[in-house]
Design a protein around this ligand. Sequence first.
Ligand SMILES: *Cc1c(COP(=O)(O)O)cnc(C)c1O
Length: 195
Amino acid sequence: MLAVSKYAPDAAVQILIDAGQRQFGESRPQNLRDRANRWPDCEWHMIGPLQKNKAKYIGRHAAVWHSCDNMQTAQAVARYVTDRVLPVLIQVNIAGAPGQHGVHPDAVEDFAAGLRDIANLSVVGLMCMAPKAGDVRQAFRAVRGLRDRLFDGSFSDADGGELCMGMSGDYRIALQEGATMVRLGSILFGDQDVR
Ligand SMILES: *Cc1c(COP(=O)(O)O)cnc(C)c1O
């Protein structure tokens, strides 16, 4: 479980850490850097859209990058990954909806193959958000199918096969459909922007 702390104040983050939580999701690169510096014993996962000019924060400080959907940005991030390998999830735009983040399902395999050529990045799975319209369960099932094909096929020798899907409103469905990670924000912290 990732605790999505993007709207949570530091005091609320500290309460979860005291309760034993170590995996957190942030969607703004500078906030991720600040919190990774403040709480280095936790793992800070990047889950939001990333612009190339913020790549250094993710290459240096993210434990996992979940929202990878652009090759140029991936190359930029990799330049800042030193002395380690950064695990990456490919964000899938499962409905193929224009204007939403993520790689079109038909392009995921080629995109994954391209990422393989980038040193210091390692593709470990897929991430998605439920489509704004349509059947959530069907969407999750489709991403699971993609994950199964990718990690039984061209990536069968690779680590991973992670499937990061499900938020406060739909995590039960995501778990039923095989999610290995869920991203929970408002159900943990409340839904007000109190930061
Ligand atoms: C904010 C956010 C979440 C958490 O959403 P909740 O509905 O508050 O649980 C999960 N994933 C991403 C990518 C987010 O930006």
